[in-house]
Write a protein that binds this ligand. Structure first.
Ligand SMILES: C[S@@+](CC[C@H](N)C(=O)[O-])C[C@H]1O[C@@H](n2cnc3c(N)ncnc32)[C@H](O)[C@@H]1O
Length: 379
Protein backbone atom coordinates (compact mmCIF):
# COMPACT_ATOMS: atom_id res chain seq x y z
CA UNK A 1 0.00 0.00 0.00
CA UNK A 2 1.51 3.30 -1.09
CA UNK A 3 1.79 5.91 1.64
CA UNK A 4 1.43 9.52 0.58
CA UNK A 5 2.23 12.80 2.18
CA UNK A 6 -1.09 14.62 2.05
CA UNK A 7 -1.49 18.35 2.64
CA UNK A 8 -4.63 20.06 3.85
CA UNK A 9 -4.31 23.82 3.25
CA UNK A 10 -6.46 26.05 5.47
CA UNK A 11 -6.97 29.70 6.37
CA UNK A 12 -4.04 31.21 8.25
CA UNK A 13 -4.80 30.86 11.96
CA UNK A 14 -6.89 27.69 11.72
CA UNK A 15 -4.03 25.14 11.47
CA UNK A 16 -4.52 23.79 15.01
CA UNK A 17 -8.15 22.94 14.29
CA UNK A 18 -7.30 21.11 11.05
CA UNK A 19 -4.51 19.28 12.86
CA UNK A 20 -7.01 18.02 15.45
CA UNK A 21 -9.46 16.98 12.76
CA UNK A 22 -6.74 14.98 10.98
CA UNK A 23 -5.71 13.32 14.24
CA UNK A 24 -9.35 12.44 14.93
CA UNK A 25 -9.39 10.62 11.58
CA UNK A 26 -6.43 8.62 12.86
CA UNK A 27 -3.64 9.95 10.63
CA UNK A 28 -0.15 10.96 11.66
CA UNK A 29 0.81 14.60 11.31
CA UNK A 30 4.08 15.18 9.42
CA UNK A 31 4.29 18.94 9.49
CA UNK A 32 2.30 22.08 10.28
CA UNK A 33 3.26 25.40 8.68
CA UNK A 34 1.37 28.63 7.96
CA UNK A 35 -1.92 27.63 6.37
CA UNK A 36 -0.88 24.02 5.75
CA UNK A 37 -1.20 20.76 7.67
CA UNK A 38 0.64 17.77 6.18
CA UNK A 39 -0.07 14.20 7.23
CA UNK A 40 0.69 10.69 6.16
CA UNK A 41 -1.82 8.25 4.75
CA UNK A 42 -2.78 5.75 2.06
CA UNK A 43 -5.29 6.17 -0.76
CA UNK A 44 -8.16 5.69 1.71
CA UNK A 45 -6.87 8.70 3.67
CA UNK A 46 -7.44 10.83 0.56
CA UNK A 47 -11.10 9.77 0.47
CA UNK A 48 -11.63 10.12 4.21
CA UNK A 49 -10.00 13.53 4.48
CA UNK A 50 -11.94 14.97 1.53
CA UNK A 51 -15.23 13.71 2.92
CA UNK A 52 -14.71 14.46 6.62
CA UNK A 53 -12.46 17.49 7.18
CA UNK A 54 -14.58 20.55 7.97
CA UNK A 55 -11.94 23.29 8.11
CA UNK A 56 -9.44 22.26 5.37
CA UNK A 57 -9.79 24.11 2.06
CA UNK A 58 -8.70 21.18 -0.13
CA UNK A 59 -6.68 17.96 -0.07
CA UNK A 60 -3.41 17.81 -2.00
CA UNK A 61 -1.04 14.91 -2.69
CA UNK A 62 2.56 16.00 -2.21
CA UNK A 63 4.54 15.09 -5.34
CA UNK A 64 7.88 16.84 -4.71
CA UNK A 65 9.82 19.71 -3.15
CA UNK A 66 12.98 21.04 -4.74
CA UNK A 67 14.92 24.21 -5.27
CA UNK A 68 14.83 25.99 -8.65
CA UNK A 69 16.06 29.43 -9.60
CA UNK A 70 15.96 29.05 -13.40
CA UNK A 71 13.29 27.72 -15.74
CA UNK A 72 15.77 25.12 -16.93
CA UNK A 73 16.13 23.76 -13.40
CA UNK A 74 12.35 23.80 -13.05
CA UNK A 75 11.90 21.87 -16.31
CA UNK A 76 14.57 19.28 -15.52
CA UNK A 77 13.36 18.58 -12.00
CA UNK A 78 9.71 18.36 -12.99
CA UNK A 79 10.65 15.98 -15.83
CA UNK A 80 12.66 13.80 -13.43
CA UNK A 81 9.57 13.07 -11.29
CA UNK A 82 7.70 9.75 -11.77
CA UNK A 83 4.53 11.33 -13.22
CA UNK A 84 3.49 7.97 -14.67
CA UNK A 85 2.86 6.85 -11.07
CA UNK A 86 0.16 9.51 -10.82
CA UNK A 87 -1.14 10.26 -14.32
CA UNK A 88 -2.36 7.45 -16.60
CA UNK A 89 -1.66 7.42 -20.35
CA UNK A 90 -4.95 9.14 -21.19
CA UNK A 91 -4.91 11.49 -18.15
CA UNK A 92 -5.56 15.19 -18.63
CA UNK A 93 -3.30 17.51 -16.66
CA UNK A 94 -2.52 21.19 -16.29
CA UNK A 95 -1.19 23.56 -13.67
CA UNK A 96 -4.39 24.88 -12.15
CA UNK A 97 -2.60 27.37 -9.95
CA UNK A 98 0.98 28.61 -9.65
CA UNK A 99 1.85 30.91 -6.73
CA UNK A 100 5.25 32.41 -6.11
CA UNK A 101 6.51 34.40 -3.12
CA UNK A 102 9.98 35.92 -2.70
CA UNK A 103 11.42 33.76 -5.50
CA UNK A 104 13.42 34.19 -8.71
CA UNK A 105 10.74 32.36 -10.70
CA UNK A 106 7.56 34.37 -10.44
CA UNK A 107 5.64 34.49 -13.72
CA UNK A 108 2.67 32.19 -13.13
CA UNK A 109 2.07 31.76 -16.86
CA UNK A 110 5.66 30.72 -17.56
CA UNK A 111 5.71 28.36 -14.58
CA UNK A 112 2.46 26.81 -15.79
CA UNK A 113 3.63 26.27 -19.36
CA UNK A 114 7.09 24.94 -18.42
CA UNK A 115 5.71 22.47 -15.90
CA UNK A 116 3.16 21.27 -18.44
CA UNK A 117 5.84 20.79 -21.12
CA UNK A 118 8.12 18.90 -18.74
CA UNK A 119 5.33 16.49 -17.74
CA UNK A 120 4.37 15.93 -21.38
CA UNK A 121 7.99 14.99 -22.16
CA UNK A 122 8.15 12.66 -19.17
CA UNK A 123 4.91 10.88 -20.03
CA UNK A 124 5.81 10.50 -23.72
CA UNK A 125 8.92 8.62 -22.69
CA UNK A 126 7.19 6.63 -19.96
CA UNK A 127 4.33 5.52 -22.22
CA UNK A 128 6.48 5.17 -25.38
CA UNK A 129 4.25 7.45 -27.39
CA UNK A 130 4.57 10.61 -29.48
CA UNK A 131 1.17 11.95 -28.59
CA UNK A 132 -0.36 12.53 -25.18
CA UNK A 133 -4.09 12.54 -25.85
CA UNK A 134 -5.48 13.78 -22.55
CA UNK A 135 -8.92 12.31 -23.16
CA UNK A 136 -9.36 10.74 -19.70
CA UNK A 137 -9.67 11.83 -16.06
CA UNK A 138 -8.36 15.26 -14.93
CA UNK A 139 -5.29 15.66 -12.72
CA UNK A 140 -4.96 19.34 -11.73
CA UNK A 141 -1.54 20.33 -10.45
CA UNK A 142 -0.72 23.11 -7.99
CA UNK A 143 2.70 24.73 -7.78
CA UNK A 144 3.71 26.85 -4.84
CA UNK A 145 7.13 28.51 -4.87
CA UNK A 146 8.43 30.16 -1.70
CA UNK A 147 11.98 31.45 -1.38
CA UNK A 148 12.94 29.42 -4.50
CA UNK A 149 11.65 26.17 -3.02
CA UNK A 150 9.17 24.60 -5.41
CA UNK A 151 6.31 22.59 -3.94
CA UNK A 152 4.47 20.37 -6.42
CA UNK A 153 1.08 18.90 -5.53
CA UNK A 154 -1.89 17.19 -7.15
CA UNK A 155 -5.30 18.57 -6.24
CA UNK A 156 -7.60 15.71 -5.25
CA UNK A 157 -10.58 17.91 -4.30
CA UNK A 158 -11.43 19.91 -7.42
CA UNK A 159 -13.86 22.49 -6.07
CA UNK A 160 -12.69 23.88 -2.72
CA UNK A 161 -13.95 21.92 0.27
CA UNK A 162 -15.97 24.92 1.48
CA UNK A 163 -18.36 23.99 -1.32
CA UNK A 164 -20.43 21.49 0.63
CA UNK A 165 -23.21 21.33 -1.93
CA UNK A 166 -25.94 22.90 0.21
CA UNK A 167 -25.58 26.46 -1.03
CA UNK A 168 -27.09 26.70 -4.48
CA UNK A 169 -27.20 30.47 -4.86
CA UNK A 170 -24.54 33.11 -4.38
CA UNK A 171 -25.58 35.33 -1.48
CA UNK A 172 -24.16 38.68 -0.37
CA UNK A 173 -21.20 38.24 2.00
CA UNK A 174 -21.77 34.79 3.46
CA UNK A 175 -19.00 33.54 5.70
CA UNK A 176 -17.04 30.68 4.18
CA UNK A 177 -18.38 27.29 5.31
CA UNK A 178 -14.92 26.16 6.46
CA UNK A 179 -14.62 29.25 8.65
CA UNK A 180 -18.16 28.82 9.99
CA UNK A 181 -17.27 25.27 11.04
CA UNK A 182 -13.98 26.47 12.57
CA UNK A 183 -15.79 29.02 14.76
CA UNK A 184 -18.16 26.37 16.07
CA UNK A 185 -15.27 23.96 16.74
CA UNK A 186 -13.32 26.69 18.55
CA UNK A 187 -16.26 27.54 20.76
CA UNK A 188 -17.27 25.45 23.79
CA UNK A 189 -20.54 24.50 22.08
CA UNK A 190 -21.64 20.88 22.13
CA UNK A 191 -24.89 19.19 21.19
CA UNK A 192 -26.32 19.57 24.70
CA UNK A 193 -26.10 23.36 24.64
CA UNK A 194 -28.14 25.99 22.79
CA UNK A 195 -26.39 27.72 19.88
CA UNK A 196 -27.59 31.09 18.63
CA UNK A 197 -26.41 33.11 15.64
CA UNK A 198 -28.28 36.45 15.83
CA UNK A 199 -26.80 37.64 12.49
CA UNK A 200 -27.08 34.35 10.65
CA UNK A 201 -27.59 35.70 7.11
CA UNK A 202 -27.83 32.64 4.87
CA UNK A 203 -27.36 30.35 7.85
CA UNK A 204 -23.79 29.10 7.43
CA UNK A 205 -22.91 28.99 11.14
CA UNK A 206 -26.14 27.28 12.32
CA UNK A 207 -25.93 24.79 9.42
CA UNK A 208 -22.28 23.92 10.11
CA UNK A 209 -23.11 23.56 13.82
CA UNK A 210 -26.02 21.24 13.06
CA UNK A 211 -23.80 19.10 10.83
CA UNK A 212 -21.23 18.92 13.63
CA UNK A 213 -23.92 18.13 16.22
CA UNK A 214 -25.42 15.31 14.14
CA UNK A 215 -21.96 14.17 13.00
CA UNK A 216 -22.84 14.64 9.33
CA UNK A 217 -19.63 14.71 7.25
CA UNK A 218 -19.35 17.92 5.21
CA UNK A 219 -18.44 16.13 1.97
CA UNK A 220 -21.35 13.69 1.69
CA UNK A 221 -23.28 15.99 -0.63
CA UNK A 222 -20.67 16.61 -3.38
CA UNK A 223 -18.08 15.10 -5.67
CA UNK A 224 -14.28 15.19 -5.63
CA UNK A 225 -11.83 15.34 -8.51
CA UNK A 226 -9.98 12.21 -7.40
CA UNK A 227 -13.11 10.05 -7.59
CA UNK A 228 -12.12 9.49 -11.24
CA UNK A 229 -8.50 8.59 -10.42
CA UNK A 230 -9.01 4.85 -10.56
CA UNK A 231 -5.28 4.34 -11.21
CA UNK A 232 -4.53 5.61 -7.67
CA UNK A 233 -7.75 5.16 -5.68
CA UNK A 234 -10.01 2.14 -6.27
CA UNK A 235 -13.66 3.26 -6.61
CA UNK A 236 -14.49 0.99 -3.70
CA UNK A 237 -12.48 3.18 -1.32
CA UNK A 238 -14.73 6.14 -2.03
CA UNK A 239 -17.82 4.03 -1.49
CA UNK A 240 -16.40 2.62 1.75
CA UNK A 241 -15.52 6.12 3.00
CA UNK A 242 -19.06 7.32 2.21
CA UNK A 243 -20.55 4.27 3.98
CA UNK A 244 -18.37 4.96 7.02
CA UNK A 245 -19.49 8.59 7.12
CA UNK A 246 -23.15 7.63 6.72
CA UNK A 247 -22.87 5.08 9.52
CA UNK A 248 -21.38 7.74 11.79
CA UNK A 249 -24.41 10.07 11.51
CA UNK A 250 -26.29 10.44 14.79
CA UNK A 251 -29.93 10.11 13.72
CA UNK A 252 -31.31 10.41 17.24
CA UNK A 253 -29.58 13.60 18.27
CA UNK A 254 -31.66 16.51 19.53
CA UNK A 255 -30.23 19.94 18.86
CA UNK A 256 -31.33 23.42 19.81
CA UNK A 257 -29.82 25.76 17.21
CA UNK A 258 -31.31 29.15 16.38
CA UNK A 259 -30.54 31.57 13.55
CA UNK A 260 -31.90 35.11 13.34
CA UNK A 261 -31.41 37.92 10.87
CA UNK A 262 -33.13 41.19 10.15
CA UNK A 263 -33.31 40.30 6.46
CA UNK A 264 -36.19 37.91 5.73
CA UNK A 265 -34.80 37.09 2.28
CA UNK A 266 -31.57 35.86 3.84
CA UNK A 267 -33.63 33.78 6.28
CA UNK A 268 -35.49 32.17 3.36
CA UNK A 269 -32.16 31.27 1.74
CA UNK A 270 -30.93 29.91 5.09
CA UNK A 271 -33.97 27.64 5.33
CA UNK A 272 -33.36 26.31 1.82
CA UNK A 273 -29.68 25.71 2.54
CA UNK A 274 -30.49 23.89 5.78
CA UNK A 275 -32.94 21.65 3.92
CA UNK A 276 -30.32 20.93 1.25
CA UNK A 277 -27.90 19.95 4.02
CA UNK A 278 -30.54 17.72 5.70
CA UNK A 279 -30.35 19.69 8.94
CA UNK A 280 -33.52 21.81 8.76
CA UNK A 281 -35.13 19.81 11.58
CA UNK A 282 -32.38 20.96 13.96
CA UNK A 283 -32.51 24.72 13.33
CA UNK A 284 -35.09 27.35 14.08
CA UNK A 285 -34.66 30.31 11.70
CA UNK A 286 -36.57 33.55 12.11
CA UNK A 287 -36.32 37.10 10.74
CA UNK A 288 -35.80 39.27 13.77
CA UNK A 289 -33.44 42.14 14.68
CA UNK A 290 -30.82 41.49 17.34
CA UNK A 291 -32.50 44.11 19.58
CA UNK A 292 -35.41 41.67 20.08
CA UNK A 293 -33.26 38.75 21.19
CA UNK A 294 -34.29 37.40 24.58
CA UNK A 295 -33.85 33.99 26.14
CA UNK A 296 -34.51 32.11 29.37
CA UNK A 297 -31.97 29.41 28.44
CA UNK A 298 -28.75 28.99 30.38
CA UNK A 299 -25.23 28.09 29.31
CA UNK A 300 -25.94 28.79 25.66
CA UNK A 301 -23.33 29.75 23.07
CA UNK A 302 -23.54 32.63 20.61
CA UNK A 303 -21.40 32.14 17.51
CA UNK A 304 -21.80 34.97 15.07
CA UNK A 305 -20.42 37.03 12.22
CA UNK A 306 -22.10 40.45 12.54
CA UNK A 307 -21.84 43.17 9.90
CA UNK A 308 -18.32 44.60 9.94
CA UNK A 309 -18.60 47.72 7.88
CA UNK A 310 -16.24 47.02 5.02
CA UNK A 311 -18.48 45.37 2.57
CA UNK A 312 -22.04 46.06 3.58
CA UNK A 313 -22.46 48.88 6.04
CA UNK A 314 -20.71 52.00 7.16
CA UNK A 315 -18.62 52.25 10.30
CA UNK A 316 -21.03 54.40 12.34
CA UNK A 317 -23.97 52.08 12.05
CA UNK A 318 -21.74 49.10 12.78
CA UNK A 319 -20.43 50.75 15.94
CA UNK A 320 -24.02 51.41 17.02
CA UNK A 321 -24.97 47.81 16.29
CA UNK A 322 -22.07 46.48 18.40
CA UNK A 323 -23.23 48.65 21.29
CA UNK A 324 -26.69 47.18 20.91
CA UNK A 325 -25.19 43.67 20.91
CA UNK A 326 -23.35 44.49 24.13
CA UNK A 327 -26.62 45.54 25.79
CA UNK A 328 -28.62 42.59 24.50
CA UNK A 329 -26.03 39.99 25.58
CA UNK A 330 -25.22 41.58 28.95
CA UNK A 331 -27.87 39.59 30.88
CA UNK A 332 -26.52 36.30 29.43
CA UNK A 333 -24.02 35.92 32.27
CA UNK A 334 -23.53 32.17 31.91
CA UNK A 335 -23.37 32.15 28.09
CA UNK A 336 -20.23 32.03 25.94
CA UNK A 337 -20.10 34.55 23.11
CA UNK A 338 -17.88 34.10 20.00
CA UNK A 339 -17.82 36.95 17.50
CA UNK A 340 -15.78 37.19 14.30
CA UNK A 341 -15.27 40.61 12.78
CA UNK A 342 -12.62 42.61 10.95
CA UNK A 343 -13.84 45.83 12.55
CA UNK A 344 -11.13 47.36 14.74
CA UNK A 345 -12.25 48.33 18.20
CA UNK A 346 -15.08 45.81 18.38
CA UNK A 347 -14.51 45.45 22.13
CA UNK A 348 -14.74 49.17 22.70
CA UNK A 349 -18.23 49.47 21.21
CA UNK A 350 -19.42 46.12 22.53
CA UNK A 351 -18.40 47.41 25.94
CA UNK A 352 -16.39 44.47 27.24
CA UNK A 353 -12.89 43.07 26.79
CA UNK A 354 -12.80 39.54 25.38
CA UNK A 355 -11.28 36.79 27.54
CA UNK A 356 -9.24 35.84 24.48
CA UNK A 357 -8.93 36.94 20.90
CA UNK A 358 -7.51 35.16 17.94
CA UNK A 359 -6.28 36.64 14.68
CA UNK A 360 -6.96 35.02 11.37
CA UNK A 361 -7.01 35.91 7.70
CA UNK A 362 -10.36 35.60 6.01
CA UNK A 363 -8.98 35.87 2.48
CA UNK A 364 -6.95 39.07 2.60
CA UNK A 365 -9.12 40.46 5.37
CA UNK A 366 -7.50 40.44 8.79
CA UNK A 367 -10.16 39.41 11.26
CA UNK A 368 -10.37 38.67 14.95
CA UNK A 369 -12.39 36.11 16.79
CA UNK A 370 -13.40 37.70 20.09
CA UNK A 371 -14.04 35.01 22.65
CA UNK A 372 -16.09 35.70 25.78
CA UNK A 373 -15.94 32.42 27.65
CA UNK A 374 -18.72 31.80 30.14
CA UNK A 375 -18.75 29.19 32.91
CA UNK A 376 -19.08 25.51 32.08
CA UNK A 377 -22.56 24.06 32.53
CA UNK A 378 -22.97 21.89 35.66
CA UNK A 379 -22.89 18.15 34.95
C1 LIG B 1 -21.78 39.45 7.66
S1 LIG B 1 -23.46 39.07 7.45
C2 LIG B 1 -23.61 37.44 8.10
C3 LIG B 1 -23.41 36.40 7.03
C4 LIG B 1 -23.71 35.01 7.49
N1 LIG B 1 -22.72 34.53 8.45
C5 LIG B 1 -23.81 34.08 6.32
O1 LIG B 1 -23.07 33.08 6.28
O2 LIG B 1 -24.59 34.33 5.37
C6 LIG B 1 -24.25 40.04 8.66
C7 LIG B 1 -25.77 39.86 8.70
O3 LIG B 1 -26.30 40.70 9.72
C8 LIG B 1 -27.63 41.08 9.35
N2 LIG B 1 -28.03 42.23 10.17
C9 LIG B 1 -27.68 43.55 10.03
N3 LIG B 1 -28.23 44.29 11.03
C10 LIG B 1 -28.93 43.44 11.81
C11 LIG B 1 -29.68 43.59 13.01
N4 LIG B 1 -29.85 44.78 13.57
N5 LIG B 1 -30.26 42.50 13.55
C12 LIG B 1 -30.10 41.26 13.00
N6 LIG B 1 -29.41 41.08 11.85
C13 LIG B 1 -28.82 42.13 11.26
C14 LIG B 1 -27.51 41.34 7.87
O4 LIG B 1 -28.77 41.21 7.25
C15 LIG B 1 -26.51 40.25 7.43
O5 LIG B 1 -27.18 39.12 6.94
Amino acid sequence: MKIYHITAPCMFGLEAIVKNEVKDLGYEIVNVTDGRVTFQGDAMAICRSNINLRVAERILIEVADFKAVTFEQLFDQIKALPWEDYIPEDGKFWVKKANSIKSKLFSARDIQSIVKKAIVERLKEAYHTDVIEESGASYPIRIFIKKDMVNVTLDTSGDGLHKRGYRKMIAKAPIRETLGAALVLLSPWNKDRVLVDPFCGTGTIPIEAAMIGANIAPGLNREFEAETWTNIIPKKYWMDAVDEANDAIDHNVELNIQGFDIDYKAINVARDCAANAYVDEFIHFQDRPVSEFKTKKHYGVVVTNPPYGERLEDADSVAKLYKEMGNVFEPLTDWSIFVITSFDEFERYYGKKASKNRKLYNGMLKSYIYQYLGPRPPR
